[in-house]
Design a protein around this ligand. Structure first.
Ligand code: FES
Length: 157
């Protein structure tokens, strides 16, 4: 029987063929470089799925919690059907922070503390004071990160 090497195995991807890597040293500057850190956040961490809260932190419909990591502030909510949603914690109007901490939102509405825009549990604008003075494009819902229940935790990516 003929054995295939990692370099010739047709099933392996190009990335897999580089393993095992030879031992090497990584310059300490790699851990201190702010540009490298920013690129890792933008190109790797913010592109990946990872758990943000255990489901026990959002036990009931309309519970919410704010996830703050990697320079992001995201509101995670449990919807009435038990599913989970997420939206960026920033008002569409002038960028005010919408929600702090964690708790229950019995009305299912978050009101911006500045000028009163109202958002639902999925970050969609539902009420706007002086609505006629805004273009519809300005009133589009907040951009939502992907979010789902995954093995007992809310995951976002
Ligand atoms: S900043 Fe939120 S309503 Fe104006």
């Amino acid at each position: 029987m003929t054995q295939t090497s990692p370099q010739t195995d047709p099933v392996m991807t190009e990335a897999e063929r580089q393993y095992p890597l030879a031992p090497s040293l990584l310059d300490a500057q790699a851990y201190r470089d702010p540009d490298r850190y920013r690129r890792e956040i933008e190109d790797i961490l913010l592109e990946a799925w990872y758990p943000v809260f255990p489901s026990a932190d959002l036990p009931a419909a309309r519970d919410y919690a704010v996830w703050e990591q990697l320079g992001q502030s995201v509101v995670i909510t449990r919807l009435d059907d038990g599913s989970v949603a997420a939206f960026h914690n920033v008002c569409q109007h002038r960028g005010a922070r919408l929600v702090d901490g964690a708790g229950s939102c019995p009305t299912g509405k978050f009101r911006c503390p500045w000028h009163g825009f109202v958002y639902d549990l999925q970050g969609v604008v539902r009420a706007v004071p002086l609505r006629g003075s805004f273009d519809d494009a300005e009133l589009a819902g907040l951009r939502s990160p992907r979010c789902a229940w995954w093995s007992g935790a809310a995951g976002s990516g």
